[in-house]
Design a binder for this molecule. Structure first.
Ligand code: KG4
Ligand code: ZN
Length: 312
């Protein structure tokens, strides 16, 4: 659950994020019913805190934005009230907010727990999807592999930490679909890790680190390869990486290096704006308001919806 107050020029006045890790930890992943119940419990407190920290009265707000798509239905319905913003547009705006050099046209790489996709971003028009995952999202792969390796939830940060002391060459995991197109696939990589774990039996600390490093290297390799291909195909010189997995240090380092070699500009939001937050939804809402896009109170929520529907 998160709430934020953002000025029209993008300045973040407050950004409150109340995580649910404690609710889901025992299950190794998000339990939808528990997620929506926790949202009901915390929403008013979190919104009040965001208003308080920003020092604004609700009546003085220019507009209210709430993400209504895509995501877990129960959680979306709890948050849904006055306006709607596409969740992934929110992630992309979070990158523009934090980097004045990031101006359209640019390539958007969205890497989260629910999505893995490449978008061409042009000013004033709907983002154009160039490729997306055909099965698991990359964050989902991190979370599932963490369970296989006996690492805690959420899996992304736990795998990164374990990988620090590991050898990425210990296992030569597949780089699914790396050689063709701009779509992604991560379920085969997850299966390869499962087989390696099975083969080794009970994992020692070093083995766990090696497997984490080898998996992380394979996943990052695929993301870097596809992003470079898309930049080249589309003739773009700027790349924004957003979503929870954009917090991954290996991905940040590898893309920064690729950018120096390939002479393209790479932009990552600050860590606090990579994973889900309300500042990005509020900022995207401010932008839509400026463009005259408003929604009636009959607004619905969608658990999956293409990004261009946000511009209809
Ligand atoms: O964007 P986000 O907060 O929520 C969704 O919209 O899905 O992304 C959450 C995902 C989780 O799968 C989590 O494991 C992953 O982002 N994640 C990471 C890291 N931090 C969070 N994955 C890899 N490395 C990280 N440091
Ligand atoms: Zn997200």
């Amino acid at each position: 659950m998160a709430a934020a107050v953002v000025r029209h020029d993008g300045e973040i006045l407050s950004s409150v994020v109340q995580g649910q890790e404690d609710v889901h930890r025992a299950y190794g992943g998000v339990v939808p019913e528990l997620a929506s119940r926790d949202h009901v419990r915390t929403i008013s407190r979190v919104v009040e805190r965001a208003l308080g920290e920003a020092g604004v009265e609700p009546g003085s707000l220019g507009g209210i934005a709430v993400t209504a798509e895509p995501g877990l239905m129960g959680s979306l319905l709890v948050g849904l009230s006055f306006a709607k913003v596409h969740h992934l547009v929110g992630h992309l705006v979070s990158a523009e907010l934090s980097d004045s050099e990031l101006v359209p046209p640019y390539l958007g790489l969205v890497v989260s727990g629910g999505h893995t996709a490449l978008y061409r971003i042009e000013a004033g028009v709907a983002p154009c999807c160039l490729g997306e995952t055909r099965d698991d999202a990359v964050g989902e792969a991190f979370d599932k592999v963490a369970v296989l390796l006996g690492l805690p939830y959420p899996g992304g940060p736990a795998i990164s930490k374990a990988a620090e002391s590991g050898d990425e060459r210990a296992e030569d995991f597949p780089r699914p679909m790396a050689n063709r197109g701009l779509d992604f696939s991560f379920s085969g990589l997850k299966t390869a890790v499962a087989l390696a774990v099975e083969r080794r039996g009970a994992l020692g600390e070093d083995e766990r680190a090696d497997l984490a490093a080898s998996f992380e290297a394979a996943a990052v390799d695929v993301l870097v390869t596809k992003a470079r291909r898309a930049l080249e195909d589309e003739g773009l010189g700027r790349l924004a990486v957003v979503g929870g997995v954009a917090a991954n240090q290996r991905l940040r380092a590898r893309l920064a290096q690729a950018g120096r070699h390939g002479r393209f500009h790479v932009s990552f939001p600050p860590l606090a704006l990579c994973t889900d937050n309300a500042a990005m939804i509020a900022a995207a809402g401010a932008r839509l308001l400026e463009q005259g896009v408003e929604h009636p109170l009959s607004l619905a929520a969608f658990s999956r919806i293409p990004i261009d529907a946000a511009f209809a």
